[in-house]
Design a binder for this molecule. Structure first.
Ligand SMILES: [Fe+2]
Length: 434
């Protein structure tokens, strides 16, 4: 049984292919097109997956898209009506695109696939699982845990912004969901925006900025208090409520309300590429601390309601490896598995696995290996002759060294002399690249 998973049209488009439960290949479109976070249909990634699995579109049992377009459309409409007439500007921007492309997603997917190769669409089963279920499946099924709590946290899917699921054998039950507009991912993105980085891209820079904050300085405490008293309320189960007075993502095209945050934190929004000052680092540390507190509370609650010894993590917030490290140190669970492609790219893999295990009800494969994603090396690899061809094409000087010992000592010498060495080896990784 061969199943193709696809994520596309938001950010980080990707494709993945699963054959009889084995993850054969997965790749992100940006690695082929060289457009960071490329949201377009993953034509190159699909072609690669089919090739790696030695199959064609006609031979697939199912093609699975990583979320439900109609539910997402419903969120856009209801959010608009809920806030009307406030969101008119973003509504006018978003809706024509939805009407033209996303609502007719089935046709759009078939049209794009037909550009790759001819196939009979009547023979293909096209499925649309929910966004957070795709995230949950991308972590649980490859984890080799028979029973596990699953925590997914991101910006937003259709309605859900976080979920607690329970994975058992070949099934996943959704136990709890946090709904839009209350979202830890969007909160973190709002700070990413306020601190002058790009939303949906620069969150890792904010995470990297945080350690430059002054750990025990009174400012950190002050900022944390402002965040908790004005911007959000944190409940004991880790769910959060975001005060929409300060945010603009539900109705506008910006993350935060104009001039609303400045008096709260006593600083203006940092301009992109503007100077980085101590106060920016301090604010970065404050939101990182709050994020970690929420993630740990959510994980504790997941433990309470599943009573499982293990935890799987996915969704964009699971890319916050600093928070993940702290969570691991809390020892709430015996072990944790984190999907390396925790963002929406991983949804392609999760979607394919949902079809195999949940939709077709196949028995779960569990192995003794650490995981089933081959260390996340699921992309294409290249032969020496391919590399030589590219070097020649672009006029780069190159030499082929066949003696391994000599090669390693050469690289060690280069490093010892202060050179920077790039190392390219084996299959391409599936997961976030910066
Ligand atoms: Fe997501």
């Amino acid at each position: 049984m061969k199943i193709l998973g696809i994520s596309a049209f938001y950010h980080d488009s990707a494709a993945a292919i699963v054959e009889d439960g084995n993850i054969i290949a997965a790749a992100q479109e940006e690695r082929f097109t060289r457009k960071k976070h490329d949201p377009s249909f993953p034509t190159n990634a699909v072609k690669y997956c089919l090739q790696e699995c030695a199959t064609s579109l006609d031979k697939l049992d199912a093609i699975v898209f990583y979320d439900k377009p109609f539910l997402k459309f419903e969120r856009l409409l209801e959010t608009y009506y809920g806030f009307a007439p406030k969101g008119l500007k973003s509504f006018i921007t978003a809706i024509p695109v939805w009407l033209k492309e996303k609502i007719f997603l089935k046709k759009l997917i078939f049209d794009e696939l037909r550009k790759i190769e001819a196939f009979d669409k009547k023979k293909v089963n096209l499925l649309f699982p929910e966004h957070h279920l795709s995230h949950a499946a991308s972590a649980f099924f490859p984890s080799n845990f028979k029973d596990s709590a699953i925590l997914t946290i991101d910006g937003v899917g259709e309605w859900a912004t976080a979920s607690i699921c329970h994975g058992k054998d070949n099934n996943i039950s959704i136990l709890k969901e946090l709904k839009f507009p209350h979202s830890l991912g969007l909160l973190y993105s709002a700070f990413t925006y306020f601190l002058g980085f790009r939303v949906n891209s620069g969150e890792y820079k904010l995470m990297g900025l945080a350690p430059y904050g002054r750990k025990d300085h009174e400012n950190i405490k002050k900022y944390e208090e402002v965040i908790k008293s004005e911007l959000i309320h944190i409940y004991d189960d880790g769910s959060i409520w975001l005060n929409q007075k300060y945010f603009n993502y539900a109705t506008g095209l910006k993350m935060v309300k104009d001039n609303a945050w400045e008096p709260l934190f006593g600083m203006t929004k940092r301009e992109p590429e503007g100077d980085l000052e101590q106060k920016h680092c301090d604010l970065g540390l404050a939101i990182q601390n709050v994020t970690e507190e929420i993630v740990i509370k959510m994980a504790r609650h997941a433990k309470e309601i599943t009573n499982s010894d293990y935890l799987c993590l996915a969704g964009g917030v699971a890319l916050n490896c600093v928070a993940n490290g702290k969570l691991l140190n809390e020892k709430i669970f015996k072990d944790i598995f984190i999907q390396p492609a925790a963002g929406d790219a991983g949804g392609a893999l999760g979607a394919a696995l949902i079809a195999y295990y949940i939709y077709y009800n196949n028995e779960r494969i569990i192995s003794d290996e650490l995981d089933q994603i081959k260390g996340s090396y699921l992309g294409p690899s290249y032969l020496d002759k391919d590399i030589q061809y590219v070097a020649k094409k672009y006029g780069a000087s190159s030499s082929l060294i066949k003696d391994d010992d000599y090669f390693y000592s050469l690289v060690a010498d280069l490093l010892a002399n202060g050179s920077v060495v790039g190392w390219f080896q084996g299959r391409m990784e599936f997961g976030q690249g910066h």
